[in-house]
Design a protein. Structure first.
Lengths: 449, 476
């Protein structure tokens, strides 16, 4: 499972505009073994969420083992010494709780949602798989989840219309040594190669209390949470200090590829190398994405879908990850239209935004829309918990809601103009996915001056 | 630096030494919190339109859903007209064209969607409290004064034709379309998808849309469901100002009673749809389902949880966790005003398609033939009963629960009854409903996959009559 969490952090301008700053109060504690505990109280509904982030993702994988961080995520549900398989899921369901996990380039998360009475069980289970996973790990478990992950890859990529383009884009956009140059799901060959020894090494290195942050949020009493965490986690030993990859600088080579797929309509993908999350230009790129394709009246939506009537839809987003970032534009042609027509219009609109910038009205609309989306995103305690973990990882402070929001409020028209000019009028990776045999519908490569 | 020093308060040293306890035992569960349902308030406007409201003041947000009984069951003979009309409401209204309307909504931070379900139109507004009044002005226009301009109708019609064409790309959509066409015969409202087919869509024009709107968007079938940072007197005033002039109009369109019955097979029937080179086969297997108001409802919810409604369900444990055939498999009853289908669905690796089918039938048969043990039963009951509070976290979820119960004329308190009935379900109940509802020998089975690879294996199972469907016919 994979989520674009950092892209979701596209946010806000809300209560700030009015008066009181937006706050999601949270306390931060650390255990002597390095485990970070973040607690947020919300008594509106008698439910609790636990959300653990391990600071490891596909970006930490070794060559020849792509997809391993995600495969490992699956193995975390395969039982531990005191809760052997399949107790993890069964005990939680018997308590009325559900659970899942997800992996990105930068982190792996695990969460449970359930009635507030299920918290001790959740803590016991989380502690057991953090402290005592390996005694029950074996080849058959790895083989089984290897098969499941391959099925996930088939379902989410190979059997999805246009899905295989996601296999190609990372390696074309990022330098070969860059941690983001392969997809999170990995390749079939690498998944086949993963061994039990790989699993043990990975666990010992990354699945340690000092590399984990645990958020407990919902209808809880903080002192009871602290006591539970102390009880279950404090005798798990600290792990080694980590060195994580630092990508070398690189520049994108202008690239155009064409893929054939069993689809009815051709689709164009344009990708640029931009900046990481919380970089000074990250929020401006998010706003640029909204101005280009975030609403019915956005520029590309108008030019391609409603006025030009040459596309069925268009989307744009800035994905600012921990180490680096990229910007994507995706547009699907109407029946009978080729992708070069779409590309020409997109390039003209990018050129216009780079010289004119958004109007005051466009900017305000982008802020208001993102502000409201931001509020909706914290209605559920599960959403808040994940965001607290994300902010802690990104900024060191879990309650960074207002700070995040302020980034977007500060973006000016000149900022948007500048980032479009600087990042989206340069070398890019372009992929045309066309129906089988319709290569003539592909877009042509042009050098942007 | 990940953590500024001032945020850290290292737990006292005693924390380093956990108290002695037995880690080998799962902690005992304390009693779950009692189900606390939201408080529902009611009112009505002077034109008779009712309001249901739940106050939620935690965040400055408001969810308002206008429900108008009707929906796609009213567009018989013109498939897609109901959902298209709903879609056109937000393409220009009052003095605003589509662009101005959508721009203002976005500017207000509002989300406004109109859609047609099988039995009702819903117009859903989600908006920050501070821009509620302006957003309600727009809602009033959208509901009462839609433009339906010919050029806008043509543009949306062309976009819909493109999306209908794209159904052929997606194996899950193909399987679902084929399954509904087979289980619900022509004339049944669930036979076809809400967005119709390409022939009917190509014929849509603004006159048809206007005519349908006039006969279906009528106040005597409408109610407001509101959840959020507002009160009844406040909403009553705001809505009266905008909707009091909405009065009974021309003769409202009604639906003839549905006389067509869903298809219950005498034996298993298999339908294949070819998707060359597909790495997975998508399976839809099922039968006509059950009535939401049946006394069997609580037992069916528990039985389905055991079969394929949870991660630990028998189907998922077997086909995913034991055999590695799939990323996931699930089963569900579709609870609709007319009984919807029961469906088992999954994407399975192409080369185990036949083996996967064997296991699905085996699991249905086992649940019919053998009484389940107490542990499995109690787990499923707890999962169903204790999951209810999680349906009430967001304003949209609460409104959704109210709208949904409304389709069946059920009060909010029926969820309390539901929980206590779930807690009384017995192993014998499970076996009885499994025997009655699981189509072990009568299923309609649709498989979308690479027929060159999977057909021979499926034929060799001798499950029942097999035929091949044309993609162009399934998605037309």
């Amino acid at each position: 499972m994979r989520q674009f969490l950092f892209a979701l952090a596209v946010a806000p301008t809300l209560a700030a505009a009015q008066n009181a700053p937006l706050r999601v109060p949270a306390t931060v504690d650390t255990l002597p073994n390095g485990l970070t505990l973040i607690i947020h109280e919300d008594h509106s509904v008698p439910v609790v969420t636990t959300n653990v982030w391990f600071h490891v993702g596909s970006g930490d994988e070794k060559p020849g083992r792509t997809g391993f961080a995600h495969l490992f995520e699956h193995l975390m549900f395969m039982g531990s010494q005191n809760a052997p398989y399949p107790q993890f899921d069964r005990l939680l369901e018997a308590a009325g709780a559900n659970n899942n996990g997800s992996t990105t380039e930068d982190r792996t998360n695990y969460y449970e949602n359930g009635p507030s009475s299920s918290l001790p069980l959740m803590m016991w289970l989380e502690a057991d798989r953090l402290g005592w996973l390996l005694p029950t790990m074996d080849g058959p478990k790895v083989d089984l989840q290897r098969d499941v992950v391959k099925n996930e890859r088939r379902q989410s990529y190979e059997n999805q219309p246009y899905g295989m383009v996601n296999d190609h884009l990372p390696k074309l956009l990022y330098a070969a040594t860059h941690p983001y140059s392969w997809p999170v799901i990995g390749s079939m060959a690498d998944l086949s190669a993963a061994s039990v020894e790989d699993v043990k090494d990975f666990f010992r290195r990354y699945y340690t209390p000092n590399n984990a942050t645990l958020v407990v949020a919902g209808d809880v009493k903080p002192d009871e949470v602290r006591a539970l965490v102390r009880k279950y986690f404090s005798d798990i030993p600290r792990g080694p200090a980590l060195e994580r990859p630092v990508p070398a600088t690189f520049s994108v080579r202008d690239t155009a590829i064409v893929l054939e797929d069993r689809v009815q309509l051709p689709r164009l993908y344009l990708n640029w190398h931009t900046v990481k999350g919380w970089h000074g230009d990250d929020a401006a790129l998010d706003i640029a994405a909204y101005v280009l394709a975030g609403s019915r009246t956005s520029r590309l939506t108008q030019a391609l879908v409603y006025n030009g009537e040459i596309a069925t839809n268009v989307n744009a987003f800035q994905d600012g990850k921990r180490l680096d970032g990229d910007f994507s534009l995706v547009a699907t042609a109407r029946p009978g239209r080729g992708l070069d027509t779409l590309r020409t219009v997109i390039d003209a609109e990018l050129a216009r935004l780079a010289t004119e910038g958004p109007t005051a009205r466009e900017l305000e609309q982008a802020r208001n829309a993102t502000e409201a989306a931001f509020l909706r995103g914290i209605e559920q305690v599960g959403g808040k918990a994940d965001r607290l973990n994300a902010y802690y990882y990104q900024t060191g402070s879990p309650d960074s809601f207002q700070a995040d929001l302020d980034r977007y409020r500060a973006v000016t028209s000149a900022d948007v103009q500048r980032v479009v000019s600087q990042y989206l009028r340069t070398s890019r990776v372009m992929a045309s996915v066309v129906p089988l045999g319709k290569l003539d519908l592909a877009a042509k490569k042009v050098i942007i001056q | 630096m990940r953590t500024p020093a001032f945020l850290l308060c290292t737990l006292a040293p005693t924390l380093a030494f956990g108290q002695a306890f037995d880690r080998t035992q799962a902690p005992p569960l304390s009693a779950p919190p009692a189900l606390k349902l939201p408080t529902l308030e009611r009112a009505s406007l002077s034109n008779g339109v009712t309001l249901q409201l739940v106050q939620q003041h935690e965040l400055p947000l408001v969810q308002l859903t206008l429900v108008i009984a009707g929906g796609t069951k009213l567009d018989a003979g013109q498939p897609g007209l109901a959902s298209f009309t709903a879609r056109m409401l937000t393409e220009g209204a009052g003095t605003r064209d589509a662009n101005v309307l959508q721009s203002e909504l976005a500017f207000l931070g509002a989300q406004l969607f109109a859609s047609a379900g099988t039995d009702a139109f819903t117009i859903s507004l989600n908006v920050p409290r501070r821009t509620l009044e302006q957003a309600l002005d727009l809602l009033g226009d959208v509901v009462l004064r839609p433009s339906f301009r010919a050029a806008d109708v043509r543009r949306q019609r062309d976009l819909r034709l493109a999306s209908i064409l794209q159904r052929r790309d997606n194996a899950n959509i193909l399987a679902s379309l084929a399954f509904n066409q087979l289980v619900f015969p022509p004339g049944h409202p669930y036979h076809r998808p809400s967005d119709g087919d390409s022939a009917a869509t190509a014929a849509l024009d603004s006159v048809m849309v206007r005519g349908f709107y006039d006969q279906t968007f009528v106040p005597e079938r409408a109610k407001f469901v509101i959840v959020g940072d507002v009160t009844v007197p406040e909403m009553r005033t705001l809505l009266t100002r905008r909707f009091n002039g909405w009065t009974r109009g021309a003769t409202a369109r009604t639906m003839a009673a549905v006389t067509v019955k869903p298809v219950s097979n005498a034996q298993v029937k298999i339908y294949l749809v070819d998707k060359p080179n597909a790495p997975q086969s998508v399976i839809f297997l099922g039968a006509p389902g059950a009535d939401r108001l049946s006394p069997d409802y609580p037992a069916l919810m528990v039985m389905n949880t055991i079969l394929g409604g949870s991660f630990s369900s028998r189907l998922n444990s077997n086909l995913r966790e034991t055999r590695g055939y799939t990323y996931g498999i699930s089963s569900q009853f579709s609870w609709q005003p007319l009984p919807g289908p029961f469906v088992v669905s999954s994407g399975v690796r192409s080369n185990v398609t036949d083996s996967a089918l064997v296991e699905v039938f085996k699991e249905m048969k086992m649940l019919r033939d053998l009484e389940i043990d107490a542990t499995e039963l109690e787990r499923a009951k707890a999962y169903v009963a204790l999951g209810v509070p999680q349906r009430f976290e967001t304003n949209a979820q609460i409104a959704g629960q109210l709208v949904n119960l409304g389709y069946f004329g059920l009060p909010l308190t029926s969820l309390g009854d539901f929980v206590s009935k779930v807690n009384q379900v017995t192993a014998a109940d499970i076996q009885r409903v499994a025997r009655q509802y699981l189509p072990a020998g009568t299923a309609t089975l649709v498989v979308v996959g690479d027929l060159a690879k999977i057909r021979a294996g499926i034929e060799a199972l001798n499950l029942g009559l097999l035929s091949v469907l044309d993609v162009q016919q399934v998605a037309r």
